[in-house]
Write a protein that binds this ligand. Structure first.
Ligand code: SF4
Length: 476
């Protein structure tokens, strides 16, 4: 291989790691890339205790908390193939050192993959170093910088999707997006039938603001809203105390807090101690929340402060109804909705992410544009849609659907990135938030019910039987 300045520079870090690998295991990131690409002598893999291992699918690289690969399919000795997670560590002792042994997220691990050394867990353990399919320096060079999913990770639907016209792909995604909107609206309607439309909206807002890790404690608080509201009206500070207190997130440990945090906590406790006893039965333990590994802006404390302001203001439904009556272009949709959702918190929340965080140099927003989009697409528009359906208001229904379809794209996320690669083989441009929702619906309807190998998935058949817009007959 001809060395260039670029290739040498790119490998500088890797080469150092390879040199070190004589005495130390390579960095975990490289080992994960090695596992993902299966650069192993795959026909002779054995666990440390001598059983044969067949990797039918290495799983999908998980870049978030939890095991490194999800949905792997492996077969050990003559047992039936099993599906689960794979954890890749440099050495076996990392299993305990990284806390995996006591982390429930790792209960689904079916194979522990390590560079070399003895096993320290009861899990089937596979060594990488003795099974490499090329000398390590060569492999390390090849693996450095790989971020794209290898081509063999393509879903079985990729080829039939690629054979479609772009207009046909768009029509398919638009239809899937429509299904998702109606499913969400139906959920809203079911909730409204039992608890009323306002409760259905709050339920959706609380859940959505739980983001993906704290949906359940947020839902619990939404379900307790009648009790919380029965305590009487109060201002934004009172609502903060009520919500944070009932959430179990109002600490009374003032040691180590900044002066500003101590002052604000004392103000909140001044409210909370009067209501605490009445709400004791519904108060959550702090352990109900997942607080580690969150971006500060997504911390549930900030989400509850936002909700507290909306509850104190008492006019959220009116504001949203007003928003539905105004005319606005595609680019104004998020801005105009954001104007109705934005709140003015006290100074403490403008400059601190949480009670523990130091004062920030830049102001901390309680509600960014990405979250406005999430709330619009997942809660507010489905809620309006459900109301229009029940009220048989066809004109308004079309207006709501038009907003849904016009909404600009939401922030990308790991599920979308993976789905785009499996379905389209790369970063296909999705036209707005609705098409993103369409992709998520395909994942929900098909990928979530099939193994990583796509076995028995019926989506490729659906794509192949899609009405041909070029004028030909659909394949029979
Ligand atoms: S499971 Fe189905 S929809 Fe998902 S990637 Fe495989 S073939 Fe495509």
């Amino acid at each position: 291989m001809t060395e260039t300045f670029y290739s040498q520079w790119r490998l500088a870090g890797t080469i150092a790691a390879v040199r070190d690998a004589v005495t130390e295991p390579p960095p975990e990131r490289l080992l994960q890339a090695l596992w993902q690409r299966q650069r192993l002598q795959r026909d002779s893999l054995r666990t440390l205790d001598g059983r044969s291992v067949r990797v039918l699918h290495p799983g999908f690289w998980n870049h978030e908390a939890g095991p490194d690969f999800r949905d792997a399919v492996i077969q050990i000795a003559n047992a039936a193939p099993i599906s689960g997670a794979v954890e890749v560590d440099s050495v076996s002792a990392d299993w305990r050192a990284h806390g995996h042994a006591v982390n429930p997220a790792f209960a689904e691990v079916i194979l522990h993959v390590i560079w070399n050394g003895p096993a320290h867990t009861a899990l089937p353990t596979l060594l990488l170093q003795p099974h490499l399919d090329a000398p390590w320096p060569e492999l390390a060079e090849e693996l450095a910088g790989h971020t794209q999913l290898p081509v063999e990770f393509a879903g079985q639907c990729r080829a039939p999707l690629a054979a479609m016209l772009t207009a046909e792909q768009n029509a398919l995604l638009d239809q899937a997006a429509g299904v998702r909107l109606r499913i969400k609206a139906k959920t809203m309607e079911r909730h409204a039938r039992r608890h009323g439309w306002d409760a259905a909206l709050w339920h959706g807002l609380f859940r959505a603001l739980g983001y993906k890790h704290n949906v359940w404690p947020m839902q619990h608080l939404a379900e307790q809203l009648p009790f919380l509201q029965a305590l009487g009206t109060t201002d934004a500070t009172g609502w903060q105390a009520r919500l944070l207190g009932a959430a179990g997130l109002l600490t009374d440990d003032l040691r180590g807090q900044t002066d500003a945090a101590q002052e604000w906590l004392q103000t909140l406790w001044h409210h909370w101690w009067r209501e605490r006893e009445a709400l004791e039965e519904i108060t959550l333990p702090r352990t109900a929340w997942r607080l580690g590994g969150l971006r500060p802006a997504n911390h549930p404390i900030r989400r509850l402060v936002l909700l507290a302001h909306w509850l104190a203001r008492g006019d959220l439904v009116d504001r949203l109804e007003n928003w539905m009556t105004i005319e606005c272009s595609r680019t104004q949709l998020g801005v105009t909705l954001g104007e109705r959702l934005i709140v003015q918190p006290v100074s403490f929340w403008k400059w601190h992410w949480t009670f523990r965080s130091p004062r920030q140099k830049r102001r901390c927003s309680l509600l960014g544009s990405a979250r406005v989009t999430d709330l619009a697409v997942n809660v507010i528009l489905p809620w309006f849609y459900a109301r229009c359906q029940v009220g048989r208001n066809q004109l308004e229904l079309e207006r709501v659907e038009a907003r849904y379809r016009q909404w600009p794209s939401a922030q990308d996320n790991a599920v979308l990135k993976l789905a785009r690669q499996r379905l389209f083989g790369g970063p296909r441009r999705l036209q707005g938030a609705a098409q993103q929702q369409g992709v998520l619906q395909i994942v929900r309807d098909f990928c979530d019910h099939a193994p990583a190998t796509c076995e028995d998935c019926s989506f490729p058949d659906l794509v192949q039987s899609w009405p041909d817009q070029r004028g030909g007959e659909p394949d029979s």
